[in-house]
Ligand binder design. Structure first.
Ligand code: UDP
Ligand code: MG
Length: 317
């Protein structure tokens, strides 16, 4: 018989002392349920928690060798914690989920089924429900509308950081080492066959969300700037508009004066036109610089140029 496939579950933990044992217990339950076909390793990444999360994790890991834990020297943030977990995961498929029980572990067998059917990424989409506050929901809608307007990689609204990634997709993902990380976008960028499943978000059982409004704004800004050059291009657009307007307005003033005898305060037309025109030209120059900076920015990310999914009759030496 084939060896059993290994499933790695990666969970970032930040101040979740009361939740880790609950989520571990539920995951071990799932591990048992699927144990005839799969082995499981459960990797907690303690992202510099200030409560007793890590002590709690040590206690849990001593009881069961399926449970593993890493701890950061300080808080590096959710996205980096996930990345560390991915680096350490050995599984044939990797599932990441929150450790606050908002992501129902019952979905895991369904994800595995989709994976066995040949999907490299199985992401989850949360159904809108009342467990998410009104403000957060509308901010979310706005944010995803904006990012999809400006980004070249489509990003699903409501896609949670609860997903399965196959080993081949994860190996490619692990090559992306950029510092500002927006995982949802980066995983979409990697590509591969994917599918979605829907679920209802649970309520946080203990503790509170560490994504404050401010953290969410930073998260959104990060997502926009790492996935698009649109902010850098704004000054080019504004500059062209202003310079264009100045030019047309200048022509208009000349015509008014020459053909219709309009009188202006002496010096005003030349002054206003040159101010506007030069302002526009300056903004255009900033925009051109922006274009180059955008290119530098793309280069320094050092992302692979392409990712191969399958090959037929070719061998790479
Ligand atoms: N988290 C983390 N580092 C942080 C903030 C959060 O590792 O700086 C973890 C947290 O423990 C949880 C997950 O990321 O497992 C999602 O965080 P949270 O529940 O606060 O976000 P929300 O579900 O409200 O979006
Ligand atoms: Mg949560």
């Amino acid at each position: 018989m084939d060896r059993k496939q290994l499933i790695s579950v990666v969970l970032p933990v930040y101040n979740e002392e009361k939740n880790v044992s609950l989520v571990a217990e539920q995951l071990l339950g799932i591990a048992k349920q699927i144990s005839n076909r799969y082995d499981m390793e459960i990797i907690f990444v303690d992202d510099g928690s200030r409560d007793n999360s890590f002590e709690e994790l040590i206690r849990l890991c001593e009881q069961n060798s399926m449970l593993k834990a890493l701890s950061f020297s300080r808080n590096f943030g959710h996205q980096i914690a996930l990345t560390a977990g991915f680096d350490y995961a050995k599984g044939d498929a990797i599932i990441c989920m929150d450790s606050d029980l908002q992501h129902p572990p019952e979905l895991i067998p369904i994800m595995l089924k989709k994976w066995e059917e040949g999907n490299n990424i199985v992401y989850t989409i949360r159904k809108d429900n009342s467990n998410i506050s009104f403000v957060k929901r509308y901010c979310d809608i706005f944010f995803y509308w904006l990012i999809n307007k400006v980004s070249n990689t489509p990003i699903n609204r409501n896609a949670a950081d609860y997903r399965l990634i196959s080993r081949i997709a994860l190996d490619e993902f692990n090559k992306l080492r950029e510092r500002d990380r927006f995982l949802r976008g980066m995983i979409n960028w990697v590509g591969f066959k994917n599918t979605a499943i829907e679920y209802e978000v649970g309520k946080r059982i203990h503790g509170k969300s560490s994504y404050s409004m401010w953290k969410l704004v930073k998260f959104a800004a990060n997502a926009v700037t790492s996935f698009s050059g649109a902010p850098l291009r704004t000054s080019f657009v504004a500059g062209s508009a202003i310079a264009g307007f100045a030019f047309i307005y200048g022509v208009y003033l000349v015509i008014q004066n020459l053909f219709f005898g309009a009188k202006f305060i002496p010096g005003w037309p030349s002054l206003i036109i040159s101010v506007l025109f030069l302002g526009g030209v300056q903004l255009i120059s900033v925009g051109i610089l922006g274009e180059y900076i955008y290119r530098i920015f793309n280069e320094v990310k050092k992302r692979p140029l392409y990712i191969i999914d399958k090959t037929i009759n070719v061998n790479k030496q």
